[in-house]
Design a protein around this ligand. Structure first.
Ligand code: GDP
Length: 547
């Protein structure tokens, strides 16, 4: 096999309850919480739409269209930001399928938002990787895949647009194995390409699935087959394609590993389905795959101990905050992944960071296009909690226990700029707006130890423009960004005496983030190396745990 089994850390081995662990209660075991990762244009929106269609959450295809973030010009993006109602309700979608509760968490589509994406992926138990059959593994797919790999997330692959000219099946599989260093096993095998694409042979269930090009919302015709020698095959597949199918599958059996659930759950083997989202083809088989093989809600890393989903007490953590969903009210919604227990509306939970109780009286569940009041939810579910800013990314909610979820980092920005209000009298307003975006995780905001003003840090350049537009839209404040002398930021931690000494000696390079933690700003990698040499007791870090 190409993918070498990676050495498992003690932590992941301990957390690994998918195989030999005792059974979860049925309500929890039936939950599947996942995200879709893909390169823009591969078909994520279309696939999402078909999921919702089969999940009975929407009546008609086309309703999710408004939220597809990919391929957008900047002005489209701004418009979408204005329509926050739409983009927000699409952040997490719940629907039922075949006795399972699916929670689909949307990953931000734009490549600029890698940090947001990373945190989103901390809230799911599996990912579906969508690739375009003609294009194979593209850059954004690769990046997102690497993020999934950091957490050994199980990956299901959907090779889309098979109704068009696509690459050779083995070649696509080979590319995934080579570029992503993961074993691939065919869950289905395409028959014919482009115009001649007939459908797929369902390898896992020995079925023939035939695509109906005439009706895009129709589920494929499915014919039970007794293996590849079944004479029924010839009734539906022309001789030359049948011969090719048998040859290719024989080759695949020799060259590729068979499906193995353990390897899949370990993240070292991905089953691949071939289909066409727009023709609703292959989608249901993929959903069956998630339902049947997909991981149940997994344990959550936390300190001082991990949280198991079957614990009686409710625990959850904030992985995303979205502010100003309604510009008329300054409310925010914190997206909480439930890590354990059975949550009921009105419950009082402890906000661990401040040790304050919070009555969760109006939580929302995200059912496709509408927000709905959540009466109850279980480990694995995502609920939205409207609040006035108390809830921040990385916060943990419990029934009183002092336990904090870990592994939700904040990354050092790669681009820094100074920011000021167009009207100098509005500096205080600007500070308020900036702090709020910092809490939302939309940008890093640093207050220099010397002088006035703020420095804003982002991961991608587009974020500056989105930020400027939101500050203007939501706070009525025109702002200006200007070049900063700094290009890198590092959080500094260490013993207090040493830290104070360092801060005093480097005042012109020190800023404080929105939590008040010191950050070293510089233009030179050389500076960072020098400090690590001169202050061996200090740690300079490009990431920070958010809590
Ligand atoms: P996203 O950017 O990944 O969300 O991709 P979309 O779902 O918006 O799809 C991008 C484009 O590909 C749209 O024009 C879709 O209509 C088209 N598309 C999606 N699925 C298929 C498919 O199975 N076959 C073909 N031919 N086109 C598709």
């Amino acid at each position: 096999p190409i993918a070498q089994r990676r050495a498992r850390t003690y932590m992941s081995a301990m957390l690994d309850r998918s195989h030999n662990a005792p059974e979860l209660p049925p309500e929890i075991a039936r939950r599947r919480t996942f995200a879709i990762i893909s390169h823009p244009d591969a078909g994520k929106t279309t696939l999402t739409e078909k999921f919702l269609l089969y999940g009975g959450a929407i009546q008609m295809a086309g309703q999710v269209r408004a939220k597809g973030e990919a391929r957008r010009t900047r002005s489209d993006f701004m418009q979408m930001e204005k329509d926050r109602g739409i983009s927000v309700s699409a952040s997490a979608m719940s629907f039922d399928f075949d006795g399972h509760r699916f929670n689909l968490v949307d990953t931000p589509g734009h490549s600029d938002f890698s940090e947001d994406t990373y945190r989103t992926l901390t809230a799911v138990d599996a990912a579906i990787m969508v690739i375009d059959g003609a294009k194979g593994v593209e850059s954004q797919t690769q990046k997102l895949f690497e993020v999934c790999r950091l957490r050994d997330l199980p990956i299901l692959t959907f090779c889309n647009k098979m109704d068009r000219e696509s690459r050779d099946t083995l070649e696509i599989i080979d590319e995934i194995q080579e570029n992503l260093a993961i074993d691939v096993t065919p869950a289905s095998w395409p028959i014919g390409v482009g115009r001649d694409f007939l459908g797929c042979y369902d390898v896992l269930n020995d079925r023939l699935e035939l695509m109906d090009r005439a009706d895009r919302n129709k589920v494929a015709e499915s014919i039970k087959i007794e293996g590849l020698d079944d004479p029924k095959l010839a009734d539906h597949v022309p001789a030359h394609l049948l011969e090719q199918l048998r040859e290719e599958l024989e080759m695949a059996r020799e060259l590729l590993p068979a499906f193995d659930r353990e390897a899949f759950l370990d993240g070292t083997l991905t089953p691949i389905w071939f289909g066409s989202a727009i023709n609703s083809f292959g989608v249901q088989e993929l959903m069956d795959g998630i339902a049947k093989y997909g991981p149940e809600p997994q344990p959550q890393r936390a300190t001082p101990r991990a949280i198991s989903p079957d614990e009686k007490k409710v625990m959850g953590y904030v992985f995303k905050v979205q502010a100003n969903m309604d510009p008329k009210h300054r409310d925010r919604v914190a997206f909480v992944r439930l890590a354990s227990g059975h949550f009921k509306r009105g419950m009082k939970l402890t906000h661990v960071r401040t040790k304050k109780p919070m009555a969760i009286s109006n939580p929302v569940l995200f059912l496709a296009s509408d927000r709905e009041l959540a009466e109850e939810a279980y480990a694995g579910d995502i609920i939205g909690i409207p609040n006035h800013g108390q809830l921040r990314i990385g916060d943990t909610l419990t029934e009183g226990e002092d336990i904090r979820v870990t592994g939700i980092p904040s990354f050092a920005p790669e681009l820094l700029q100074g920011v000021r209000a167009g009207d100098p009298m509005k500096a205080k307003h600007l500070e308020k707006a900036l702090m709020q975006f910092a809490e939302e995780g939309a940008a890093k905001v640093f207050k220099p130890a010397i002088g006035s003003g703020f420095i804003v840090g982002v991961v991608g350049a587009l974020q500056f423009e989105v930020l400027a537009s939101r500050i203007e839209l939501e706070y009525g404040l025109p702002v200006r960004f200007d070049a900063s002398q700094f290009t890198s930021a590092r959080w500094v931690t260490g013993p207090k005496l040493e830290l104070d000494k360092f801060v005093n000696a480097n005042k012109q390079h020190i800023s404080y983030d929105h939590d008040g933690d010191p950050v070293f700003l510089t233009r030179l990698q050389w500076d960072i190396d020098r400090i690590e040499r001169d202050y061996p007791e200090l740690t300079l870090s490009a990431t920070k745990e958010m809590h």
